[in-house]
Design a protein around this ligand. Sequence first.
Ligand SMILES: N[C@@H](CCC(=O)N[C@@H](CS)C(=O)NCC(=O)O)C(=O)O
Length: 214
Amino acid sequence: MKLFGYWRSSATYRVRIALALKGLDYDYHPVNLLKGEQREPAYLEKNPAGLVPALETDDGAIVVQSLAIMEFLEDAYPRPSILPENLAARGHARAIAATLACEAQPFMNLRMQTYLKKTLELDNGAMTAWLDQWPGGAMRAAEKMAAAYGGDYCIGNTPTIADCCLVPQMFAAKRFGIDTTDMPRLTDIYERCMKLPAFEKARPENQPDAAKGN
Ligand SMILES: N[C@@H](CCC(=O)N[C@@H](CS)C(=O)NCC(=O)O)C(=O)O
């Protein structure tokens, strides 16, 4: 398999965690977002949305959208699983994953940030308010969803697709200065995940394209 991504992309980070939890090998193909490589014709053939990640399977098929990629991995390589056994718990794991991937991260991605700063000319105060309102609001919803469950991770005692989304979202929140002090359950889960080898392997700083000092 080939993973097209960027070291600091939270959507790519989700997929790296899922691949590592499943113990799967892959070739990593960096797409430099700061240089605009996601909009070059060769990459747009893989993902017409101009976003990373994209996964090329061993058969040469391309799967895009991190949640779809993680579901593909789960279907293709079911063990170890990144979904709970219990059907309701599976639904809840997917719901937390979707809350973070669909309702928090899109408000922070590069093209959204560029539009807010350069086109709408929001100042730092307005940017902080935006981040607290939208990604922050979605994270506070995820905090309540995860708090409804016991266990070491978002849903129970095994990392799931929800944790694959949580860790990159916490990483991005720290980078953008979103206040997470009212998210004790998410903070606790994040810290526990970061002690696991799969999460360590997937860290942005440990990727070959990681920029030093950024
Ligand atoms: N819903 C997409 C989101 C992908 C996404 O937002 N990727 C960002 C990096 S985290 C990106 O490629 N941004 C490039 C840009 O904004 O130009 C997914 O989950 O894969």
